[in-house]
Design a protein around this ligand. Structure first.
Ligand code: FES
Length: 233
């Protein structure tokens, strides 16, 4: 079948602002939006710019706004969209570098500020640091994050206040705050208790809806807020 693909284009060296361009591509129901983008780039316009690496929902590099919702282009198929007209734009709320590529520097700076690595102060044991299955289960959901930014860039609180650390950073803080082997939760909770931390969340659930990994992000944010309150009482 033929699919009408509308892609938001922007080349900062040529354009004053983003504009839409239309392409007609041949597609099967099992084709993914990423396949269609490649078809446009290979057969119609080699200047089309987008990121992708693994093409299997693992690296998180091809999150974009597809038919009005943040998704991974490599994970969404034409038949799942249920329409022969598909619109694709860059993730909202982040500076566009070119076409579908956004500047992720600010996003990753917030991620790094959460100290997303294990910090244990005791003497390392001879073998691995052991943890019960129950303790491991406490943060299992938030280990699934692939840092695609679909959540943060779908959050109205982030759109209105870009200094907000955003859902993805909180998810990655959660992963270590609730890890019983880690000794630096207080530092993370202190950062997240700040004005640009968890209190900016308005429980809108856009982040949870956008997450391609099905992480219960709003729930994780509420658990972190609860830990901040508990620490202060
Ligand atoms: S290309 Fe890696 S997640 Fe889509």
């Amino acid at each position: 079948m033929q699919v009408d693909l509308r892609i938001q284009r922007y080349d900062p060296e040529r354009d004053k602002k983003p504009h839409w361009e239309a392409y007609r591509v041949e597609a099967g129901p099992m084709d993914r939006v990423l396949d269609l983008l490649h078809r446009v780039k290979d057969e119609q316009d080699g200047t089309l710019t987008f990121r992708r690496s693994c093409a299997h929902g693992v690296c998180g590099s091809d999150a974009m706004l597809i038919n009005g919702r943040n998704r991974l282009a490599c994970k969404i198929r034409v038949d799942q969209l249920g329409a022969r007209r598909i619109t694709v734009a860059a993730l909202p709320g982040l500076p566009v570098v070119k076409d579908l590529v956004v500047d992720m520097d600010g996003f990753f700076a917030k991620f790094k500020s959460m100290q997303p690595f294990l910090q244990a102060d005791d003497t390392p044991p001879a073998r691995e640091r052991r943890q019960s299955p129950e303790d491991r289960a406490r943060y299992d959901d938030t280990t699934k994050c692939i840092q695609c930014a679909a959540c943060t860039s779908s959050c109205p609180s982030f759109w209105s206040q870009p200094s907000y650390v955003g859902p993805a950073a909180i998810v990655n803080a959660h992963r270590f705050i609730f890890d019983t082997r880690d000794d630096h939760s207080d530092e993370r909770l202190e950062i997240l208790a700040d004005k640009d931390g968890v209190w900016r969340c308005r429980t809108i659930f856009n982040c949870t809806d956008a997450c391609p990994r099905g992480i219960h992000i709003t729930q994780a944010i509420l658990e972190v807020s609860g830990a901040i309150v508990e620490r202060q009482t």
